[in-house]
Design a protein around this ligand. Structure first.
Ligand SMILES: C[S@@+](CC[C@H](N)C(=O)[O-])C[C@H]1O[C@@H](n2cnc3c(N)ncnc32)[C@H](O)[C@@H]1O
Ligand code: SF4
Length: 424
């Protein structure tokens, strides 16, 4: 009942948001802002993948890196002397071009005052001594790698061809023995074709036994443009039903909590209070790269998903933005609140500082309702998602991604022509 209501309410709230070819407000007069860098290439793209990515074409590597550096320069003109308070390099697969990533990061440092850690996503099959050294040398302190499962049967069932379970285990050992990164996180997925509860438990036991410091566990999200989405619709692939997915989620939470991990979001768990790896941002950020998204003021906007259009726009000296959505202050505050609940809690004073209003006044009935159903508990100014509340918030986040973010991805793929915005 509670689950049904939370899913329906989230869908209803987001139903009216549409992406269109509006000119967004550019991030002027900011003291600080986050930076996301997108590398949209993969050795062997996976049929389930929800991200903007293409098979790697080495000929595009250098032009793409140069275009990203030009986009950084254009934002430097817009932003002036701003402080960069978070940097994530995601994809696709950034580690397909580690030298390129290092080159881009060097450029970011030359353009901006960087006060943050740097996080990079990787594929296990790319991780070797040389790549780790390159990343550390470039100032990367947070590394995550996508394992998905330690079962070759499951990797096959999801069409993951870039590595097998043994390569993932070797990569984990290599990074953990290296010891150079402050944060190391692995991604697992659940609710996958042919996956049983026992398969999932096997994966969790390995993470715990290896002592991996952080793990993100994503439920399979099928966006309408994923190859696997169509296979599921046409009944070529069967997925665990909702009841099994809930059981899987419970097994994940219980296993990690029993093993001494703490939730740092409803989908990730960390050990020994290490600084978490998390590319999901609730504060303002700019995204550079083909298909990258930005969240600035009232606008959430996306760059063209086309690598060719992206390179061409920057060659012409214009920003590659193609589509966006404008939200009211209440809409932005609601998004901040959902992201904070996804991260398992927040301080009411943070909300007040950011939006100049009391969260209790603005979202009175929503918060009262969450409290009544035991989803949150409130102690002084601190709002904490309870153990019981984690599953409903998991559903809320899933619905948010499958509606809002899916719409943004579809819009930047369907509108490859950038708006040709100048930075001044
Ligand atoms: C953008 S990928 C980058 C990491 C790297 N390319 C890899 O696959 O190892 C980050 C993570 O997103 C997750 N992911 C990708 N597609 C997903 C989907 N459709 N549903 C849920 N999680 C997904 C995977 O766990 C993946 O490791
Ligand atoms: S999951 Fe990772 S490797 Fe697979 S297509 Fe997506 S970004 Fe590429």
């Amino acid at each position: 009942m509670l689950e049904f209501m939370i899913e329906r309410m989230t869908r209803k709230k987001l139903a009216n948001i549409e992406f269109s070819r509006i000119e967004p407000e550019l991030p002027k007069d900011k003291d600080e802002i986050g930076l996301y860098i997108h590398i949209p290439f993969c050795k062997t793209p996976c049929p389930f993948c929800a991200y903007i990515r293409y098979p790697f074409n080495p000929k595009l590597e250098r032009p793409y890196i140069e275009a990203v550096k030009k986009e950084i320069d254009l934002y430097r003109k817009v932003l002036g002397n701003v402080k960069i308070n978070s940097i994530y390099v995601g994809g696709g697969t950034p580690t397909i071009m580690p030298e390129g990533v290092a080159d881009i990061l060097k450029h970011v440092r030359s353009a901006f005052d960087v006060s943050s850690d740097i996080g990079v996503e990787s594929n296990p099959d790319d991780l070797n001594e040389k790549t780790l050294a390159l990343l550390l040398d470039a100032g990367v302190s947070k590394l995550s790698t996508g394992v998905q499962s330690f079962s070759d049967k499951i990797l096959k069932s999801i069409g993951r061809r870039s590595h097998d379970a043994k390569q993932a285990l070797d990569a984990i050992e290599l990074v953990m023995n290296n010891g150079g990164f402050d944060t190391f996180s692995i991604d697992l997925m659940f609710s996958l074709p042919t996956q049983s509860l026992a398969d999932l438990k096997g994966d969790l036991d390995i993470v715990i036994e290896k002592g991996v410091p952080q793990v993100a566990t994503y439920p399979l999200l099928l966006f309408p443009y994923c190859e696997m989405y169509h296979d599921v619709k046409e009944n070529k692939i069967e997925l665990p039903n909702k009841k099994v997915e809930k059981k899987m989620y419970d097994v994940i939470v219980n296993s990690f909590i029993d093993a001494g991990y703490e939730p740092c979001s409803v989908w990730s768990f960390t050990k020994n209070g290490i600084d978490k790896y998390g590319s999901v941002e609730r504060d303002e950020y700019i995204g550079v790269g083909a298909g990258a998204m930005s969240s600035v003021g009232e606008y959430f906007y996306a760059n063209t998903a086309s690598v060719e259009e992206y390179i061409q726009a920057l060659g012409n000296g214009s920003l590659p933005i193609t589509t966006g959505a404008r939200s009211s202050l209440e809409g932005i505050a609601a998004r901040w609140l959902s992201m904070s609940l996804y991260e398992t809690g927040f301080d009411k004073r943070e909300f007040k500082n950011r939006f100049g209003m009391d969260v209790d006044e603005k979202f009175k009935s929503f918060l009262r309702w969450l409290k009544l159903f035991g989803v949150i508990k409130v102690e002084g100014d601190h709002v904490q998602v309870t153990r019981k509340g984690m599953y409903p918030i998991h559903l809320m986040t899933k619905t948010f991604l499958l509606t809002f973010i899916a719409k943004a991805c579809v819009a930047c793929m369907e509108n490859p022509k950038p708006l040709n915005l100048r930075s001044s």
